[in-house]
Write a protein that binds this ligand. Structure first.
Ligand code: ZN
Length: 175
């Protein structure tokens, strides 16, 4: 089965994903399937809720092949780093957003082994962005009131404009 990337307005993007109790072949299959739309959309990462699956995992590829993190958590973060952040579920838009520069992420891989990663800058940003998706948070929630209002207006207009076309643009550079 092929997964489609859900976009802003789909309620699944606002739900808190469930902890994965057993990392089995079914979870591995979900991860394998998720990598396909991630590459098609040229994203660096993709969280399960973005394809309508309410489970705590995400896939990513920072140039070393696809990796999966299950039940990820950030237990430490430090510094500040500004980056122009986009989202495959919020097409066409990107925003300068400040977040911690470094994070320490813990979780499991698809074999159930514990994973511990010290991430900096872009990788740290990706982890924070994907974790947000697992908690139903979108990058819009990191904007100040005025910027957010403008963004929502653009999204509404785009939704109306594309109703007839039924096709969505891919090609944004991020998770
Ligand atoms: Zn995203």
């Amino acid at each position: 089965m092929s997964y489609e990337i859900r976009v802003f307005g789909d309620p699944v993007l606002r739900t808190v994903a469930a902890h994965i109790d057993e990392i089995d072949g079914r979870i591995a299959q979900i991860a394998t399937n998720m990598v396909v739309p991630m590459y098609e959309a040229e994203g660096l990462g993709l969280a399960a809720p973005q394809v309508g699956i309410q489970k705590r995992l995400f896939v990513y590829d920072m140039g070393e092949g696809p990796k999966t993190l299950v039940n990820p958590e950030i237990d430490e973060s430090d510094g500040e780093w500004m980056w122009n952040e986009g989202c495959l579920s919020v097409p066409w838009l990107s925003f300068d957003i400040v977040r911690p520069k470094t994070v320490h992420l813990i979780g499991r891989d698809l074999d159930g082994n514990e994973v511990s990663i010290e991430a900096d800058e872009l990788l740290a940003r990706l982890f924070q962005h994907e974790l947000d998706h697992l908690d139903g948070v979108l990058l819009l929630d990191h904007l100040d009131k005025k910027t957010r209002k403008g963004a929502l207006r653009i999204l509404r207009e785009q939704a109306e404009a594309s109703e007839d076309e039924a096709s969505l643009p891919g090609g944004l550079f991020l998770p």
